[in-house]
Design a protein around this ligand. Sequence first.
Ligand code: MOS
Length: 722
Amino acid sequence: MTRTFRMNEVQPRLLDETGQGIIGAPLVRPEGHLKVSGQATYAAEAKVENLAHGVLVRATITKGRVLKVDEAGVRDMPGVLAVHMTDERMIRNPAQGMMGESPVRDGKYIEYLGQPIGVVVAETFEQARDAAQRLKIEYSEEEAEVDPDNASETEWTDKEDYGDIDMAMDKAAHSVDEEYITAAHVAGAMEPHAAIAVWEGDKVTLHGSCQLVQFNVKELADALNIEEENVRILSPYIGGGFGSKLGISNEAVAAAIAAKDLGRPVRVVMSRQQVFDAVLRRTETTQRIRLAAEADGTLLGIEHRDRVSNLPNEGFSEPTNQATHFLYGGANRRYRQETARIHRNPSGSVRAPGEAVGMVALETAMDELAEASGVDPVELRLRNIPETHPETGLPYSARMLAECLKDGASSFGWDQRQAPRARREGDWFTGMGVASAARMNMLLPSEARVILTPTGAIVETDMTDIGTGTYAILGQIAGEMLGLPRELVEVRLGDSSFPKAAGSGGSFGAASSGSSVFLACKAIRDQIADKMGCGGDDLTLSNGLARCGNVEKKLEDLIDSDIVEVAQIKPGDTRKEAFSSGFGAHFAEVAVHAWTGEVRVKRMAGTFAAGRILNERTARSQCWGGMIWGIGTALTEAAEHDPRRGHIITRDFANYHMPAHLDVPQLDVKFLEERDDYANPIQAKGIGELGISGAGAAVTNAIYNACGVRIRKFPAHPDVVL
Ligand code: MOS
């Protein structure tokens, strides 16, 4: 039986009393050696007999209809087994997990160039690819709009007002009114989208690369028009997701349809170019920020307008202004978002949707306000930290933004910062920049089973590990709670037959799934305490020993059969009592070449407070990843779209440049000790996306301090800097 707990029924802090030193410790990932030695089986590597290979067929027009497919023309090619075209089940756009509705589409209708419209199956991958490329398709083509700035169809996707920003701008002693442009991004997970589908009768097992298993089961069942009970998804190892695997995608549906028809398992793996073409992108944005401030830099108000884009009818719009709502004070606030309906590949969640690009604009504007008001940028931010949420009036649950800014400034040597263009060494201008970090925090329903055996423990949940360290932290939580070394806790993930977890997304995974494991372990502790004849609070579990007062027993003597507990966390009403977010501060030092505009990041440091840190090593790695993406946002990463046909032209990692080793200096990451009692029972907050939020602006603000060039178009390629 599942025990369900609501957040407000849980008494927190137990993890501070168990005293095992396991939780928080920088332990290595238990599955790490499997991954680096090639023993971890990713979706495409599942050992399946008699595999056939499918390759997606993609539209070569931007908008229109499929009139005719010459299937006969490729059916006789060597090895070709099947051609499935314009099946509307497959033509669904990559779903958004639970992040937004994506309607089922008419199977013959094309909405963007590169859209998957079918799959060719053959004995070998090469044969399938050859046939997919030779397949002749006739279309009727329609005029397509692909430019977000000149779209005839736009929609207001956000309109909110507090006070009167126009009045605030009129009476402001200092103000900023600027436009910022950020480029489209791709998730760029190391493992491309891949799936193997295996049918037994009416039941399908999908080896997939999925972030949100329980939602992906629903989506796949929905696409195939079968019952959820007949779908099993296995996703034990995932080579990165960053949002691109939140929803079930074309390769999975295509593999399932083809395998059913053929009566044989089918594998479909996207090429890197296909991932660029057909997987959700982060939208490009055009943002206008107006800041109104008093003489001392105190904000009177903020306006954040933005224009993003997506296909017609897609439910997702990048929540660009998400952090603007709660980061700084000012009674007068206005938000406007317009979504341009255009025929580029669909946009969706990409790491820290909202903050990742919204904060780049906001934090640049704050730097401009610092300049305008003559207030130091760190001091300006400190001055504008509101007492309560500026729009709802709610208190903040735990917020160490000021401490992060101060601690970061002092360890970075911020007091050495000079006026713009004041530091020049040879041909290089050098400067420093700062930006706040913030990423709102969520708790989602999540369930786990914990089994205590006489010799150890097993954790089972359909939670995923997308490279973030879930195996490590769930083992640590169980180890800490049950007094077992982490090695004696086996963590089993990514199987839809296990209890349903929140999944990996929105930085809610660790805290949500961790809370369910914590609660199941707590229930086990209560059972043990009963056997020992004491209350749960008086029980100590350590190294396989249970102790109550003077009584001490070996766990293996105490339990004759396995103790099994299933627990579910559900958000209670605590969100109505306090507003929870992770916070931090980024500092960067850059050198800008006086003649070429080349920018080198020399140092970068992030100080973060995100509640309890569950594993210092995996948390640090998350922040490194985010900060590196911040460098990419600032300097290199741009998914450029063809102005005529809308498709991405920078469709490999040579043209879409993610920061590589030489682009990334030593990154210092520091965590401040914090507990968030309102967030969840384990008092941890999301960290996966906190590291990217704001990071890019620290780099470009440093460019301004170095050479006096204000970056308002991202990334700051040399032509933008010069
Ligand atoms: Mo995240 S962009 O919700 O994987």
